[in-house]
Design a protein around this ligand. Structure first.
Ligand code: ATP
Length: 263
């Protein structure tokens, strides 16, 4: 823990305004997240979802408001401290298949924030890498070149790299984008398992309504740089709410039926 957390609150954002030069991306966002919570963040393109995550890992440019993460007040100097404690998984990027790094090497990158760039990984670091590879079911592919993996496998490695960092907060930004349906469902299942087993405070951003983890404790709907609504998943994942959010008719019925049948 960095500094003093207030009670059980690990993220405390008060009326945050964030801009990219003249563009305002967040227009007065307030959010509190408790340790161990699993929060889904949904909204149309440009709503400010990614920017909200950058506030949590200390990368945003805060114009107004206050941000405290893991008890650490946001200032220009706190970003690097926070980034050791806050893990971030982005959407899949295309990799050069000739990239000369194994899966194990890539996951080890997650250790360098703690190690320092020029220190050699110890036995302990290798043990942690092996443990997280096991957790994401990638042990059999540990020595494979990173460019020789499927999209779903690459995302498992990205999640393992993030966990190797031993973060206290787990940020996922569209981790299932450009994955096929089966790989998407597998990654959602993996994220759920990690949240349940590691008790990590988790923020999961998506604009894909079929990728909202049903295990979220809370769903936040964002629009135009604001938190437009928040509440329980079943309360907010309704055609009425989503049609208003996206300014177009949205029908979620099929997904719920499928889940009900699967359960
Ligand atoms: P998406 O679902 O498309 O990723 P988002 O909800 O994550 O969108 P943000 O990426 O946070 O939204 O963007 C919010 C606003 O800030 C948008 O209007 C976007 O154009 C703007 N923006 C984001 N990043 C930058 C940047 N690096 N420079 C300038 N403007 C930016």
């Amino acid at each position: 823990m960095i500094g003093n957390e207030t009670g059980n609150t690990v993220i405390d954002i008060e009326n945050a305004v964030v801009s990219y030069r003249e563009d305002i991306a967040l227009r007065g966002v307030s959010l509190r997240v408790k340790r161990g919570e699993f929060v889904g963040i949904v909204g149309p393109n440009g709503a400010g979802k990614t920017t909200l995550l950058t506030l949590v890992n200390g990368l945003a440019r805060l114009l107004q408001g206050q941000v405290s993460v893991l008890g650490c007040q946001f200032t220009s100097g706190t970003g690097h401290v926070l980034r050791k404690k806050v893990g971030y998984v982005a959407q899949m990027m295309s990799l050069d298949p000739r990239m000369p790094m194994s899966v194990h090497d890539v996951v080890m990158i997650g250790r360098y924030g703690r190690l320092g760039l020029f220190k050699r990984p110890s036995k302990h670091d290798h043990k942690i890498v092996d443990k997280v590879l096991e957790l994401v079911s990638m042990t059999p592919l540990a020595n494979r070149p990173i460019g020789h993996l499927s999209g779903g496998e690459q995302q498992r490695v990205a999640i393992a790299r993030c966990l190797a960092q031993e973060p206290e907060i787990f940020l996922l930004d569209e981790p299932t984008a450009s994955l096929d349906w089966k790989s998407k469902m597998d990654i959602l299942e993996l994220v759920k398992m990690i949240h349940q087993s590691q008790k990590l405070t988790t923020l999961f951003v998506t604009h894909d309504l079929s990728a909202i983890p049903v295990s979220c404790n809370r769903l936040i709907l964002m629009k135009d740089g604001f938190i437009w609504n928040q509440g329980g998943v079943s309360e907010l994942l309704t055609d009425t709410q989503l049609s208003k959010l996206y300014d177009m008719p949205v029908h979620m019925v099929q997904r719920h039926r499928q889940e009900a049948v699967a359960a």
